[in-house]
Ligand binder design. Structure first.
Ligand code: DPX
Ligand code: MG
Length: 558
């Protein structure tokens, strides 16, 4: 069988587990898209624009492990790069593939369309290098296999996005057939001496401690160590807390689970546990201004053991040369039982009294209903805004997943990301919580959920503005044009889809809408929940004030 560069790429993507790739067509990638279509192991899924295409792939990588987005040169790829920056921040291997100028044009002085009008077309590769772990430009068929393999291997190993651009005349040129995929998937070698030293030092530290506590962070899923963390918790029998961006990364029915540590807005009891322990084992954390509540809740000092994806630091000494997963596994074998921190307190559960059926709809009532909807099969996607704080207070059944984008924090992310996530895990129920302001950025991707008949349930919380921003720093820029959000569904259906748009202004209407959403299995349901602008979580307000004062720090006087 004759092979082409595009076919080689398609085979590799299928070999690493992709059943779909996301695309927006343009004349620099049309031949490539044709080549990808030849592979029947993978379906081509279309998006409304390249930003959404990037976020759809990002969501697919969340549910499927890796993803690819195929776009055209500059006008497409530069839009997609925002989402690729997000995939970098969130540790997701997304391969961004851009069509590129014909190899015969390079070095000719030709001015090409869809470029900045300069005759050097290298700027896109330079830009991509800033938001990816590997970036290659393919301008000849012979070197294509090695470049494709390098990009895919690096993305999978580093759990980061990577970039390929392929000159538009090269995708259909002949090249070799790919070999076995094992070389792309190989785990890095482990330095057993260093691993043993790290484990011994940690065990010695924990043995001196009377009440260690675990703190689970958001890089844990990318490190592929969720199960190992639970095994370690079983062995230590200590209290386990999670960071906000790690919601769902530790089972909330575990006997040691003590809730969320987020400084002043922690689950009751969790802040004291974390801040008074003599040994805090931080696993894959990200300490940024948001997670530390404006630098006020940053665990540091001699009592902190830092177990990061590429290094473990105990007693001020750093050890590397092994994976976090290998470390947690080896530590669980030798770790002492230290139950003191879990002996006080109990597993937190969220409960709120129901409000009367005909009362006005409240934020609490929405959260109560959504929490009741969650099962072990739910993926809850929570957008930036008060949806974060609402997701934090819910109790998750074992197996339920939560998707957040707390490091990048691009409003509007949740719509395309949930589309991609649902495409990659069609056996699960996807539930989205998104604010009105966020929805306005990427609303059109709901049309693809209609097109591909994905039964995503979207709770659109219409509080008439950027309420989290109002809490952080108010001004006229936080008030937005209202839309008929539920009405959009008819626009997206255009007479041939199964999308359902509903409005809820009372608890009764919300309950009825949820029942209809559950019955609508052939398309998305958008429930516009109308609440008062001032009705938000008190955690949002407290956290917002702290972050705002950190942002407003003056320069030190000279
Ligand atoms: C902005 C944010 O309506 O949610 O719950 O009302 O806050 P809440 P909404 O979706 O509003 C979101 C809004 C404007 N952030 O409060 S969080 C700034 C921002 C961002 N990303 C991008 N642009 C601006 N985070 C792409
Ligand atoms: Mg809002």
């Amino acid at each position: 069988m004759t092979y082409t560069v595009g076919m080689y790429l398609a085979d590799r993507l299928v070999q690493i587990g992709l059943k779909h790739h996301f695309a927006v067509a343009g004349d620099y990638n049309l031949v490539l898209l044709d080549q990808l279509l030849l592979n029947k192991g993978m379906e081509q899924i279309y998006c409304c624009n390249e930003l959404n295409c990037g976020f759809s792939a990002e969501g697919y990588a969340r549910s499927n492990g890796a993803a690819a987005a195929v776009v055209t040169f500059s006008v497409g790829a530069i839009s997609a790069m925002n989402a690729i920056g997000g995939a970098y921040a969130e540790n997701l291997p997304v391969i961004l593939i851009s069509g590129a100028p014909n190899s015969n044009d390079h070095g000719t002085g030709h001015i090409l369309h869809h470029t900045t009008g300069k005759t050097d077309y290298g700027y896109q590769l330079e830009m991509a290098r800033q938001v990816t772990c590997a970036a290659e430009s393919i301008t000849d068929a012979q070197s294509a296999p090695a470049k494709i393999d390098h990009v895919i291997r690096t993305a999978l190993r580093e759990r980061k996005p990577a970039y390929l651009e392929i000159a538009c005349n090269i995708s259909s040129e002949l090249c070799v057939q790919p070999g076995p995929v094992s070389s792309l998937l190989a785990e890095p070698e482990i330095d057993q001496t260093s691993l043993k030293a790290a484990v011994d030092a940690t065990v010695a530290f924990l043995e001196k401690s009377t009440k260690p506590v675990m703190l689970v962070g958001s890089k844990l899923r990318a490190a592929n160590a969720l199960a190992e963390t639970e095994t370690l918790a079983d062995k230590l029998q200590c209290a386990v807390t999670i960071m906000a961006a790690a919601k769902g990364f530790f089972p909330e029915d575990h006997a040691g689970f003590r809730g969320l540590y987020w400084g002043e807005v922690s689950t009751p009891g969790a802040q004291e546990l974390v801040e008074t322990t003599d040994a805090l084992l931080c696993i894959a954390p990200v300490f940024n201004d948001y997670s530390t509540v404006g630098w006020s809740a940053w665990p540091k000092g001699p009592n902190v053991i830092l177990a990061e994806p590429d290094r473990v630091t105990v007693d001020g000494r750093a050890y590397d040369g092994f994976t976090l997963r290998a470390f947690l596994r080896a530590l669980a074998e030798k770790a002492p039982a230290r139950p003191a921190s879990a002996q006080k307190g109990s597993v937190p559960t969220f409960s709120l009294p129901a409000t009367p059926d005909e009362a006005g709809l409240t934020n609490d009532e929405i959260v109560r209903h959504i929490n009741a909807l969650l099962t072990s099969n739910t993926t809850l996607v929570a957008e930036t805004g008060d949806s974060w704080f609402n997701a934090m207070r819910m109790t998750l059944p074992r197996g339920a997943r939560v998707e957040l984008e707390m490091q990048w924090g691009h409003i509007g992310w949740s719509v395309p990301s949930s589309f991609g996530n649902a495409m990659g895990s069609q056996d699960r129920q996807h539930v989205v919580m998104v604010g009105d302001g966020s929805f306005q950025l990427t609303a059109q991707e709901v049309a693809q959920m209609v097109r591909y008949e994905l039964p995503v349930i979207i709770f659109l919380i219409n509080n008439r503005g950027y309420v989290i921003e109002i809490a952080i720093h108010d001004g006229p820029y936080n008030y937005i044009k209202n839309w008929d959000y539920a009405g959009l569904m008819e626009v997206f259906n255009a007479g041939e889809g199964h999308g359902l748009g509903l409005k809820a202004t009372t608890p009764k209407e919300l309950a009825e809408a949820i029942a209809k959403a559950k019955a609508n299995t052939r398309g998305p349901t958008l429930i516009e929940c109308q609440i008062d602008r001032k009705d938000c979580t008190d955690t949002l307000v407290k956290w917002g004030h702290k972050v705002a004062s950190a942002n407003a720090r003056k320069t030190p006087l000279a």
